[in-house]
Design a protein around this ligand. Sequence first.
Ligand code: ZN
Length: 203
Amino acid sequence: MKIICIGRNYAEHAKELGNPLPKKPVFFMKPDTSLQIRNRPFFYPSFSNDIHYETELVVKINKNGRHIQEKYANTYYDKIALGIDFTARDLQQQCKEKGLPWEVAKAFDFSAPISKFISLDTLPDKNHIHFQLELNGQIVQKSSSEHMIFTFDKLISYVSQFITLKMGDMIFTGTPEGVGPVKINDRLTGYLEGEKMLDFLVK
Ligand code: ZN
């Protein structure tokens, strides 16, 4: 199983980090060891002083495919979850300045907490999936899949031109604006269409 993460898929988030809008999807990967499930606490790693939350819609691939055409991409996923792409922003900034890969900032252990998956059939409209993140009870990120620059189908089609997608792979589809730092004892609570999906502590 692999985790593919999309960068800069919401215009307002690209702006807040001073990045240009992408013409093609930007993606990177996290290993399976980055997963954290069942709302277990996130332990603040010792190698960073600036860990940021990024809340993202996550789709799960349900069959193997490569070179998937966009018009068929919707048959490759039927479940969605809410995930956090934890990012060591200080290390990422150093990587960007030096033109180095991002793994130290993105792929570390437990950097990808994820909720349970729910069937897309249970949601009214996959092009308008509303989600939000609360930090200690205050809303810090609130958006909808309608604001994604590249749709789920476009992302699957694009990534599969380079990498075979396999059943069980997950795609973190990018974060909206409002990213920010966490500190020890913070509580993160994430909602998808009003249903509480994530609820865990930073320790
Ligand atoms: Zn992200």
